[in-house]
Design a protein around this ligand. Structure first.
Ligand code: ZN
Length: 426
């Protein structure tokens, strides 16, 4: 039994407290205190449902030098995540029921965050032949995606949506038109021209989202079930507008945004530092403001990390040759708590929703409310500020574009089904 005393509660329904939360048998037993062996002082802190990340690259199997299930899932619980969807663009890609099952079993034995693997939509993620979705789902896959690559063949995506619809699985897309993107390493525009760097235009994202929404319309018209399309790491104002229009028209589409697109802009590339190299690229202030609007008005359903670890040696290459990606599992919540909530007044309740019920809805899971009887997969967040220090990361990627940023809202206790999986209480 654990008692968290004098703590404020926050979930998608709102804020309450302070209350004394008694936890035992994997559940919240009482919000009115009680006897417990372990007593935690929650004064000044708030307690939220455990976070769910829809988009993390844990690199296993095949690239364990960058990250593995242990380091990645430890990074997750340190970031307050109790549940995480791993991307299938590993080496080899996760495209068989055996591979999904192996990931699930290994992750379960680690006893950290709960792993919900995404499986490839097509064999080897080559965009040609669909994977056996029913068997993948039976093995534990919760999402189908060729993330890391774009789905060039609209017919294959349509067939994938039709197949997944019958199973109730969402299909997630990395929406970038490969032809328009070409060799772009940063946002296309005046700054890229000034720096002499190849640009990846916002139209590459918007054009692909527009196409994918038409593919969804087709699948919706042809399917007896409801196909669900999820747009990953949305980064542009125009892409956001397309998703907003589609939602208003009643299309079954959802979308996520990342911590880096919400807190950094293309201006960071002036340093030529490959730490800021990511796909889709960091965009303009105007795009970022549009994403913020989208978080508020429900166009965006979730904040997802796109945690993308690499070795420091790879990331220290010059900007043209370094790989794309930013690791962020351990800083995502404190970053947005500080930059959006504390500095800009973004509602805390909605921010927590974007880490909990929002991503849960994308997967078709029920919302979690902190009440007696609720599952005790929880995170305790402290307002105390400290700077980002990648040397302390559990992730193997011990570098960060946010190094030195002073943030509050750090997870100091993470529980999965009542079990402590991360503790950093003072
Ligand atoms: Zn992607």
């Amino acid at each position: 039994m654990i008692l968290i005393r004098n703590v404020r509660l926050v979930d998608a329904m709102g804020e309450r407290g302070p209350l004394d939360v008694l936890i035992g048998e994997g559940r919240i037993l009482s919000l009115e205190g009680g006897e417990a062996k372990q007593v935690v002082d929650g004064t000044g802190c708030f307690l939220a449902p455990g976070f769910l990340d829809l988009h993390a690259h844990l690199r296993e199997p095949g690239e364990e030098v960058k990250e593995d299930l242990f380091s990645g899932l430890l990074a997750a619980v340190r970031g307050g995540y109790t549940d995480l969807v791993s991307m299938p663009n590993t080496s080899p890609p996760v495209d068989t029921p055996e591979a999904v099952r192996a990931l699930r079993e290994k992750a379960k034995a680690l006893g950290l965050a709960r792993l919900h693997p995404a499986a490839a939509l097509t064999e080897k993620q080559e965009g040609k032949t669909l994977t056996p979705a029913g068997l993948l789902q039976e093995a534990g896959a919760v999402l189908l995606t060729d993330d890391g690559r774009t789905n060039e063949d609209a017919g294959v995506l349509a067939a994938g949506l039709l197949m997944a619809a019958v199973l109730g699985l969402p299909v997630a897309v990395h929406a970038e038109d490969a032809g328009l993107r070409r060799g772009g390493v940063m946002n296309d525009g005046a700054l890229a021209d000034l720096l002499g760097l190849p640009g990846n235009p916002p139209e590459a994202e918007a054009a692909r989202i527009a196409r994918d929404l038409e593919v969804l319309r087709y699948a919706l018209r042809r399917s007896p079930a409801t196909p669900r399309l999820h747009v990953q790491h949305l980064s542009t104002k125009r892409g956001l507008e397309l998703v907003r229009e589609a939602k208003r028209a009643g299309l079954p589409v959802t979308a996520e945004a990342t911590p880096h697109h919400l807190t950094l802009t293309e201006e960071a590339l002036r340093t030529f530092d490959p730490l800021f190299k990511v796909a889709p690229p960091l965009r303009t202030r105007e795009d970022q403001e549009a994403l913020l609007e989208g978080l508020l008005d429900g166009t965006l359903d979730a904040i997802a990390t796109d945690h993308a670890p690499h070795t420091l040696a790879e990331k220290e290459k010059d900007l043209l040759r370094a790989p794309f990606g930013i690791p962020s599992l351990e800083v995502a919540f404190p970053l947005l708590y500080t930059e959006l909530h504390l500095k800009r007044g973004f509602p805390l309740q909605r921010l927590v929703e974007l880490f909990t019920d929002g991503p849960r809805r994308v997967l078709g899971l029920s919302p979690i409310h902190l009440e007696e009887g609720a599952e005790a997969s929880l995170v305790l967040l402290s307002p105390k500020e400290r700077p980002v220090d990648p040397a302390r990361f559990a992730s193997k990627a011990r570098f960060s574009p946010w190094t030195g940023w002073r943030l509050g809202g750090w997870p100091v206790l993470t529980l999965v089904e009542g079990r402590i999986v991360h503790e950093a209480l003072e």
